[in-house]
Design a protein around this ligand. Structure first.
Ligand code: CMC
Length: 429
């Protein structure tokens, strides 16, 4: 009969240990018993970047990176992108089940009626430099929200938590739109609560003096699909940050500002911005082979390619590639698409990329659509952060409900100096 255990022999001592296996995983604390002398600290696992360390059990998002599968609460992303909408997916992600009609209507109403921000928030945003990066404004403003809702610190209260969740999901489009208007020197446009989530965002971004301004429904739907694709992606850098900060029982605004800051980096959600800058720099499909030589010579990265978890085509990239055509029918084709397609064609055939299982990720095509829709590149990470707010908050709720979770506090392997005595300044060489 097979046993759900792992037998480890420590060749330093010849001693054997039997470690329980659960869900194909050993508990890292079980390594601590492995020691040479009774006074030793005990063995640890070394894993920079947490490449093979599970920090939580979760029921939110499933990814099979080898097969290119992504599901929220068990529902394949392809089905959600085709049949659902962002507000419904937000409900599903947070509450675990698809809503009934009544639950959906109540939820949509709640989100729609918390879109305004305090006037002081607007004034605070107006104080940023004229050329402030919209994502930096977004991060700072989310953090500042905690000063308006001190009850958010009551993280033990389910009601207080839900109130902040609704506020955050409802207000992030307003903050995002204000940061965009600010960076363009345009007057801020208040939310229009007659409109749906992505319609309202487009309205706040775009409306000028027109009295008959109408949002293009195809573009609003395309953005809604893009938002569904970005809702959650299990324990990525931003989400792990949300959990790390949340584990010290910080309020959700402070935790989310940290998560958004992690997302901003070019190796994470800032990659869509980096992809666009890369495509502009390449300039023409005929320069692609030369650029690829530079990538293979390790002079640079092919942005929008590769993923910690996917070792296959990112299913989100496949869906985005499809909706690009619908968007281009309205906006006109983005000429950068030709460069992107050529990069992808070469990469999928080239041994360097094939051997390393490097495929396009979600950021490779999203920027091209965003640009065609008229968004400046600096807005791309913000457009990632809006829907990811839902995932961060769902993961935060799950963290707080999990009694096995502890404050996040990794170990280190100290390799520095041993004890030495302080040397006076005039005695130092
Ligand atoms: N271009 C060229 N080489 C690459 C790339 C790339 N984009 N990505 C990985 N590699 C190489 C890497 O040099 C390494 O080669 P070797 O084994 O010979 O040293 C190998 O592929 C494995 O890569 P890794 O760096 O060990 O993989 P990782 O899991 O630590 O990093 C990643 C994942 C996403 C940070 C990385 O692929 C990358 O920097 N990609 C470009 C940035 C990007 O598109 N980020 C968006 C990620 S998806 C959305 C999100 O997370 O927000």
């Amino acid at each position: 009969m097979t046993k759900e255990t792992l037998t480890v022999t420590d060749n330093r001592t010849g001693q054997t240990y039997e470690l329980p296996i659960e869900h194909d995983t050993i508990n890292a604390m079980d390594l601590r018993q492995i020691r040479v002398d009774p006074g030793d600290f005990g063995m640890m696992a070394y894993d920079p970047g947490f490449k093979n360390t599970a920090s939580t059990k979760s029921t939110i998002t499933f990814i099979d990176g080898g097969k290119g599968i992504l599901r929220y609460r068990g529902y394949p992303i392809e089905q959600l992108a085709e049949k659902s909408n962002f507000i419904e997916v937000a409900y599903l992600t947070l509450f675990g089940e698809l809503p009934t009609q009544k639950q959906y209507d109540d939820w949509a109403y709640e989100i729609r009626h918390h879109t305004f921000v305090h006037e002081n928030i607007k004034q605070l945003m107006e104080a940023f430099r004229y050329d402030a990066h919209p994502m930096s404004m977004f991060i700072s403003t989310v953090a500042a929200l905690s000063t308006y809702y001190p009850e958010a610190r009551d993280i033990e209260s389910a009601d207080a938590r839900m109130k902040q969740i609704v506020r955050l999901i409802a207000k992030v489009p307003t903050i995002a739109a204000f940061s965009y208007r600010h960076s363009r020197g345009l007057p801020y446009v208040y939310p229009n609560n007659d409109l749906g989530y992505t319609e309202n965002l487009l309205y706040m971004l775009d409306k000028m003096g027109q009295t008959d301004y109408a949002v293009n429904p195809t573009l609003a739907r395309a953005l809604d699909v893009l938002f569904m694709l970005h809702v959650d992606h299990e324990q990525n850098c931003g989400t792990a940050t949300m959990r790390v900060i949340g584990s010290s029982h910080s309020d959700p605004y402070s935790s989310m500002a940290g998560a958004a800051a992690a997302l901003f980096g070019p190796l994470h959600g800032g990659a869509n911005e980096a992809v666009l800058r890369m495509l502009v720099e390449i300039g023409d499909a005929k320069h692609v082979p030369e650029f690829m030589e530079g990538v293979k010579n390790r002079e640079r990265l092919l942005m929008g390619f590769g993923h910690r978890v996917y070792k296959n085509y990112d299913p989100r990239a496949r869906i985005i590639k499809k909706i690009a055509d619908e968007v281009f029918e309205i906006t006109g084709r983005n000429p950068l698409l030709d460069i992107a397609l050529e990069l992808e064609r070469i990469a999928l055939e080239d041994e360097f990329f094939v051997k390393r299982n490097l495929y396009p990720n979600v950021d490779f095509y999203s920027g091209i659509i965003y640009q065609a829709m008229g968004f400046p590149v600096a807005m791309f990470p913000v457009l990632f952060a809006i829907p990811r707010t839902v995932g961060w908050l769902a993961q935060w709720q799950e963290l707080l409900a999990d009694s096995t979770q502890k404050i996040a506090r990794p170990r280190q392997i100290y390799l520095g100096e041993g004890t030495r005595d302080y040397v006076a300044m005039d005695a130092r060489s």
